[in-house]
Write a protein that binds this ligand. Structure first.
Ligand SMILES: Nc1ncnc2c1ncn2[C@@H]1O[C@H](COP(=O)(O)OP(=O)(O)O)[C@@H](O)[C@H]1O
Ligand SMILES: [Mg+2]
Length: 321
């Protein structure tokens, strides 16, 4: 591997963005390696879109440096844009013409000409599974088709980096699955992908690495498995308390939470989650305690949602205090 391919596709150093006196992105450092599917993960308002906008040069950082393909985006936006494709949440497609026409028009805009233009359009109609609807007006297409068309369009210039802002928000589960497989296929073909999502499951399924955003800052970064391993443990035991709405944690659960096997515990409303490398002994102890309330218990793998709760949400200690 030569130096050029080792160089990260995106590098942010100490990047902040303020609107008036409000800082919405604060001191972000980020490296997106080539060939990676990287997720910016966090709730609405966390600063994900603003961070993407600085990466594709739509807005300048208030502080810090944004480099894409080794170029400073603020100083050399053109050098970056030619090699980048992006699909935003509010992408405007041409509604009265077909997907094929949308792709042709966009391709011409990027100075593609036949026969290369036609070849590229046909290739993308297949790749994003749009062929069955290639000649209908876009306004007749479902949300999932429109989203795939928007992605196909952003791939017309064969970008090395594809930026996707909330690619599956608002889509139903089956359509989301189909889009996930398209995104995975792109990643396999070598395209570096940077996406935002507030769906933890999406990040877990698609992303090699994620940065978890909360209130404009990165609170954790790594592969989903790494984050789960270092902030929690492999397994979670979810327990429902009494339905009395009280905030007190039942004694049986407090006892389990203090078990040495339990690496962390948190309570949200009437639900307590215990984390351990193996939750079976905790579950056995719960049964032995002849717990009269019969707490409903579900054992499952720990996930990124848990990591987010751990890093930003309330903990059992706060609740118990
Ligand atoms: N142009 C702008 N002017 C003022 N505030 C903005 C602007 N763009 C975004 N914000 C604010 O910055 C915060 C982060 O927004 P955004 O980056 O869109 O978050 P996310 O994409 O994570 O939902 C929000 O509180 C939003 O209202
Ligand atoms: Mg956003």
């Amino acid at each position: 591997m030569n130096q050029a391919t080792d160089e990260p596709v995106v590098r942010l150093e100490g990047v902040s963005k303020s609107f008036g006196d409000r800082t919405v992105v604060c001191g972000v450092d980020l490296v997106v390696p080539r060939g990676c599917c990287f997720g910016l993960l966090g709730p609405n308002g966390a600063g994900k879109t603003t961070t993407l906008r600085m990466i594709y040069g739509a807005t300048a950082p208030s502080r810090g440096r944004v480099e894409v393909f080794g170029h400073d985006v603020t100083r050399e936006p053109r050098a970056v844009r030619a090699r980048l494709g992006m699909t935003l949440q509010e992408d405007a497609l041409l509604e009265e013409v077909s997907p094929r026409a949308n792709l042709r028009i966009f391709g011409r805009h990027h100075l593609l000409r036949d026969p290369e233009l036609s070849k590229r359009v046909e290739e993308l109609l297949d790749r994003l599974e749009l062929r069955s609807h290639a000649d209908l007006p876009v306004r007749a297409l479902s949300g999932g088709f429109k989203r795939r068309l928007a992605i196909a369009r952003s791939l017309m210039n064969r970008p090395e980096l594809l930026v996707l802002d909330e690619p599956t928000t608002g889509l139903d589960p089956a359509v989301r699955q189909a889009l996930w497989s398209s995104i995975r296929a792109l990643r396999r073909s070598g395209t570096t992908i940077l996406l935002t999502t507030h769906y933890m499951e999406e990040a877990e399924r698609l992303c090699d690495r994620v940065a978890i955003f909360a209130e404009g800052r990165i609170v954790a970064e790594g592969s989903p498995a790494e984050l789960i391993r270092c902030h929690l443990a492999a397994e979670a035991l979810e327990l429902e308390h009494d339905e009395d709405g009280g905030s007190k944690i039942p004694a049986a659960l407090a006892m389990l939470a203090s078990d040495p096997a339990c690496v962390h515990a948190l309570t949200i409303g009437s639900r307590t989650i215990l984390y351990a490398a193996d939750v079976a002994p905790l579950l056995a102890r719960l049964h032995q305690s002849q717990n009269p309330d019969g707490h409903r218990a579900i054992a499952r793998p720990a996930n990124l949602e848990d990591v987010f709760l751990r890093l930003t949400g309330s903990s059992i200690a706060e609740q118990a205090a």
